[in-house]
Ligand binder design. Structure first.
Ligand code: SF4
Ligand code: SF4
Length: 410
């Protein structure tokens, strides 16, 4: 479908469905209960695809973890979370160090640890091994349960034979139990397709949320399955599950403007819980990771653990959020504006850093990540914005957002 057609369908969708209230199609219509769903801890553990890991349905994302926050890890464990996700790049290794410190006194064997490196298309096996070794030192452990090639958005990275050489060695040496690939970029579908066809990974960590699920739109309109971006992603997830590959969802909150949703929430039932319930009900998702910053957030998030069906009230919260963020949220796994900027500004990356800064509230991390961008938004400061004006399928005002993002993060 052409960009213009998709856009007009989006508008129609907004008129017929999102703006006029729910028409619930095949959705549980349970009303919200009076009791607060705050956590009684993890309620469900799931087998992660073909691995022997039995992981908490809601698991720990550690992107902003900083020194002195070991107690956050401990609280998560006390609540039954047993899968902790980190990466060498999170705070330049700080997240790994904090998790390592938190687990060093007899706790390591009670959890599964996953970490990641960005292994480039020309990276060598020995370079990858020394980065894995550095991660293991920071984590104060001899092995990780899952080791990911991080943020893959380029087939050449998957075709790098050195990754395979490294992976074989790391497994033989017992440093890595299972291998994974994570991704949230515009070429994710192609990369998953290739990886699944070539049996490269045991686990996939994918950016997917209710807004990427055609069923969310069908709920409101009966026939709007094509308004979800990245139509190929659900198909690829199904294909991965056919091979019993573990599928972990990330970025499930669709941008995390959580405070904006507080006025619409009732009786302790929150937007975050609704978004997590949605994705945990997805037939091709095993579990999810979500960034956890403090005890309150852990307790709130775990209110969605072991969840049953999505309620009508949950759907209304998701609908409200979708309306609120319709033209400000840069969709993960989208690249529709590619080629629109003559100065090659990496628009989705810039807008993702903006999300980290303004929605997640992690300005210092966003600055750090922004500094690594090859094609940042500096040209936007002297551009009139006309080349990218109509480039976004979803009417995100790219020029209005990219210039200020550069000023904020540079
Ligand atoms: S700005 Fe719009 S078209 Fe570009 S990646 Fe984001 S959502 Fe897609
Ligand atoms: S404002 Fe100009 S420089 Fe910035 S993304 Fe748009 S076209 Fe590119």
């Amino acid at each position: 479908m052409s960009k213009v057609d998709r856009r007009s369908f989006l508008r129609l969708g907004a008129m017929t469905g999102l703006a006029s209230g729910l028409s619930v199609n095949g959705l549980a219509t349970a009303s919200v209960s009076a009791a607060s769903p705050r956590s009684a801890g993890v309620q469900r553990y799931v087998r992660l695809g073909k691995t022997d890991l039995k992981v908490s349905d809601i698991s720990f994302g550690s992107f902003p973890l900083r020194h002195g926050e070991e107690h956050v890890v401990h609280h998560a464990m006390d609540q039954g979370i047993n899968y902790f996700d980190t990466a060498e790049s999170y705070g330049d290794g700080t997240s790994e160090e904090v998790i390592g410190k938190a687990l060093r006194e007899g706790r390591r064997d009670k959890v599964y640890l996953a970490t990641k490196i960005h292994a480039g298309a020309r990276a060598t096996a020995s370079e990858m091994m020394s980065r894995l070794d550095a991660s293991l030192r920071r984590l104060q452990t001899d092995y990780v349960d899952v080791f990911f090639n991080h943020a893959v958005n380029d087939l050449d990275r998957l075709k790098n034979e050195e990754w395979h050489r490294f992976a074989d060695q790391a497994r033989q040496q017992g440093k890595v139990r299972y291998l994974g690939m994570s991704g949230h970029g515009g070429y994710l579908v192609d990369c998953v397709d290739y990886a699944v066809d070539h049996d490269m990974f045991d686990v996939l960590l994918l950016a997917v949320n209710f807004g990427e699920d055609p069923a969310f739109y069908e709920m409101f309109t009966r026939s709007f399955d094509f308004v979800a971006n990245q139509q190929g992603l659900p198909k690829m997830m199904a294909k991965a599950k056919e091979k019993d590959i573990g599928v972990i969802a990330m970025k499930v909150l669709r941008g995390a403007k959580l405070n904006d949703m507080r006025p619409y929430e009732r009786d302790g039932h929150t937007y975050s819980q609704a978004a997590m319930k949605w994705i945990l009900n997805h037939p091709h998702v095993d579990n999810l990771i979500v960034t956890m910053r403090n005890r309150d957030q852990i307790d709130e998030f775990l209110g969605a653990s072991g969840t049953g069906a999505v309620s009508r009230y949950d759907a209304e919260l998701l609908q409200q959020y979708a309306k609120m963020t319709e033209s400000s949220y840069c969709r993960h796994v989208c690249n529709d504006c590619e080629g629109s900027c003559p100065y090659k500004v990496s628009i989705p990356d810039v807008l993702r850093m903006r999300m980290y800064a303004l929605d997640y509230g992690d300005v210092s991390i966003a600055k750090h990540e922004y500094a690594r961008l090859e094609n940042n938004a500096s040209p936007c400061l002297s551009c009139d914005g006309s080349p990218c004006r109509d480039a976004c399928t979803y009417e995100v005002p790219i020029a209005d957002l990219c210039g200020p993002t550069h000023q904020l993060l540079s």
